[in-house]
Design a protein around this ligand. Structure first.
Ligand code: NAD
Length: 440
């Protein structure tokens, strides 16, 4: 099938590459000319395991192409994916300007029936808005004869395993009430639906809400565990034991039950916020979601509070080694990363940061630029040199079994603040390391 994808970000690029891999003929369109040029030359703008080889192979085979030419993109596709960003507006609601701009482009250039697929995470009612915008432009073009259908097809990939998630999705949610559109969507996704039925067809609004409900449920699990961790700390319990004790109940399960430094990334914070705003707009008080958000905001300050307390509020001139900058492992994404809240709080208190991350160094440099109070180090060991303590923010595999002798040699004093509970407190005590973790 000939497929066009608007937006070459985490979602659009991965989805485009995966669709090309199974044989579809894909054109990806973006307004970022620099990104498009880099991709044409074989440079992948984001880090995602397995993505580079997939993009290069499919680009070389001619099944995956990149352009800034929206008209050519629209002309190419039998279906048009909208996979552009939906960042928070000033009030936290999802900003639809990029989505609606793509809708306009499609309407301006379409010459035959089109299926427009909302892949971006968008509030309930967006498919109606996209339809209205397209109808408006078609009317201006005096082309009311052109028919179209807008489908909601939310994306559930996880950054860090995006390629694997798209190749083997748990479910494919398709929001449409049209049998013909459903048929086209089934054909598009048939290669991913062979092992067992994964396609769940529903009405458009339910599909739109499903995406928010999924992310808000996961964010709720994280905030719930962080709340339990804070309670455990005050009550003299160990959240790791509690986690195992409750995870063993199959109704609860072990997934997503880790206490830590709060959720970040480009999805959970903005999606929780956007659903709260949607609820506000219809005078519904989303009590649970508001609590989830406020617990998370507070949890992001947890490590700083522990550090500040340990050093009696005297952080001026101190240096901290930071392991992990990306909001989670296996990505270079720093959007809403807890590391940023910590780094900025340390700077405000007059401390310096020596940081290392396996993938997010360039992104950190891009965000913060050159500063006297930030050293970006080439290895996790070099970040330790002369620091007053080590702070672990992201649970990269490479941090899980470090050489504790090196840590002790390189730090001024053997102190670790661990935001991800990577080590056993007893073992740390035996090694004479002053160890702080979450909820223990
Ligand atoms: P992103 O910011 O990485 O990429 C968006 C891309 O869209 C950018 O390259 C931008 O230049 C491009 N763009 C903007 N306007 C355009 C236009 N008019 N025409 C063509 N391209 C345009 O975003 P992302 O992380 O890929 O997220 C995209 C959507 O998918 C969001 O709604 C997000 O909530 C959702 N989503 C993201 C993830 C994730 O893990 N990142 C997972 C599921 C769903």
């Amino acid at each position: 099938m000939k497929v066009t994808v608007f937006g070459i970000g985490y979602v659009g690029l991965v989805q485009g590459a995966v669709l090309a891999e199974v044989g579809h003929d894909v054109v990806c369109v973006d307004i970022d000319a620099n990104k498009v040029e880099l991709l044409k030359q074989g440079h992948i703008p984001i880090y995602e395991p397995g993505l580079e080889a997939l993009v290069k192979e499919n680009h070389a085979s001619g099944r995956l192409n990149f352009t800034t030419d929206a008209a050519a993109g629209v002309k190419h596709g039998e279906v048009q994916f909208i996979a552009v960003g939906t960042p928070p507006d000033e009030d936290g609601s999802a900003d639809l300007k990029y989505v609606l701009a793509v809708a306009e482009s499609i309407a301006q250039h379409m010459e035959s029936h089109q299926i427009i697929i909302d892949k971006s995470t968008v509030p309930v009612g967006t498919a109606d808005k996209v339809s209205a915008r397209i109808a408006h432009v078609l009317a201006l073009r005096e082309r009311k004869d052109l028919s179209f259908d807008v489908v909601s097809n939310p994306e559930f990939l996880k950054e860090g395993s995006a390629v694997a998630d798209c190749m083997r999705p748990d479910r494919i949610v398709i929001g449409t009430s049209s049998a013909t559109t459903e048929d086209v969507m089934r054909e598009l996704y048939a290669p991913f639906n062979r092992n067992h039925e994964k396609i769940i067809v529903m009405d458009v609004r339910s599909a739109e809400l499903t995406k928010y409900a999924a992310n808000c449920m996961l964010a709720t699990k994280i905030s719930f565990m962080n709340e339990m961790a804070n309670l455990a700390e005050m009550l003299g319990a160990d959240i790791e034991m509690v986690r195992q004790g409750i995870g063993s109940d199959p109704r609860i399960g072990y997934q997503f039950l880790y206490a830590g430094v709060g959720y970040g990334g480009s999805c959970f914070p903005k999606d929780v916020q956007a659903l709260i705003r949607t609820a506000d707009s219809i005078d519904f008080d989303s009590k649970v979601l508001k609590a989830v958000e406020s617990r998370n905001d507070e949890q992001k300050t947890n490590l700083f509070k522990k550090i500040n307390k340990h050093f009696d509020g005297n952080l001026l001139g101190k240096t901290f080694a930071l392991w992990g900058l990306s909001f989670k492992p296996n990505t270079d994404d720093m959007r809403e990363a807890p590391s940023r809240v910590l780094i900025e709080a340390l700077w405000k208190a007059g401390a310096k940061v020596q940081a290392y991350d396996p993938e997010a160094m360039e992104e950190t440099q891009r965000i913060y630029g050159d500063r006297d109070d930030l050293s970006l180090c080439g290895t996790k060991e070099s970040a330790l040199k002369g620091a007053d303590a080590l702070v672990i923010v992201t649970e990269w595999q490479a941090f899980k079994a470090p050489d504790f002798d090196v840590i002790k040699q390189q730090l001024k004093k053997a102190i670790i603040f661990d935001g991800r509970n990577l080590f056993e407190p007893k073992r740390m005590k035996n090694k004479d390391i002053t160890y702080f973790s979450i909820g223990r």
